[in-house]
Design a protein around this ligand. Sequence first.
Ligand SMILES: [Zn+2]
Length: 443
Amino acid sequence: MTADPANRVLARIDSMREEMVATLAEAVSIRSVNPTYPDQDYDDLVGGETEVSRLLARLYRQAGAETELFGEVPGRDNVVGVVRGSGGGRSLIFNGHVDVVPADDSVQWAHDPFTAFIDETHVWGRGSADMKSGLIAQAFAARALTETGTRLRGDLILQGVVGEENLEHHLGTSAVLGRGFTADAAIIAEPTGADRPLTVMPATPGVLIMRIAVTGRSGHASMRSRMRAQMVADEHAADPVAASAIDAALRIHDGLRRLEAEWVESRTDPLFDKGQFTIGLNVVDGAAHGSRNVAFIPDRTTLEYAIFYPPATGVPEIRSEIVHTVRDIVRQDAWLRVNPPRIDWPMHYPGGRTDRDHPLCRTVRAAREQAALGTSFAGPGDVLPFPSASDLTWFTAVGIPAVGLGPGAHVMAHAVDERCAIDEMVGAAKAYAVAAIEWCGAA
Ligand SMILES: [Zn+2]
């Protein structure tokens, strides 16, 4: 590639700035809240996602794409646009989700979350960062390529998908890939700004939810001294006058905390900081007879953990290590040996990764650097993993290398006063266009 086509495209994107802002404002004003998100009214919200998909279809057609809308369920349409390459190049997917999280805390917002507010530097509103700015930057990148006569060799496949915010990849990204819209690589437009804007995120951790239910034996609170004496003497420890389910649960938790500390050395991945894989106790629920009464020794306790594990490690290995840790504690515990805890795994979201030195990652990093020239975030982009679940998983799971790169700060996602810097949206569009030229080749 010569520098000329890229420079023409970058200039074209600069000239589209106002139109991009107006289009983002239009997209933010569509209330595409995920209808299955907790505490939402499905019938009231369903259809919003399709409306955003229609808006994107219009943009994709302007980019010369063959466009298709389709959904797995009524009112929740994905959109795909295919800009055919001239042949002989690698194909590339631009992916983003059209759904947003609710803004039920709208009274706390400075501006109505579903009426875009535009100031000198930012577009405000729910979805402005997560991730309508990214979707619009991708569409405008494709349009700038087409309008400057930059014909790619490989196909460019634009995807706007539903359901991501509630982990419904089977309705969104996986459905789109299953319909045959695959490619040699993918760039996901999640807001990846961390310390600096437009960080390249080539990995997502595995996320596992674990619930441990522990039973005890209730009794009046005043029996605790007898209960303790029996435990200490190990006399009647298996058949005590009472047994605190909370105490027993915390004995298990002690073991899991030790395992978590071991993970700093034993569970690592070069794309993640040391200590990023964790076993976090985030919900504790325990009392006697299911009521919260401090006058009784608790007979049931549930511990719920969010576990983040390395994407290259299989989940059976992780589950088995945790189960063995719990079993070791149970085996040495007179009460738990006779009253073993129950372990459930209510949710699992596998991780995914693309090597830092993979050609896609290198291409996107170089594109980001070129796109950021002359901006306040000039320089090479940082490379960091996504902090939590992302659609990257579903690409790498089917062998498509993928990275995240998108406008907006990660902390703005799901936040009150969500907003996206306009410079970052323009910068992202440039990075997408340059990456496409480099990856797909220009005819
Ligand atoms: Zn998102």
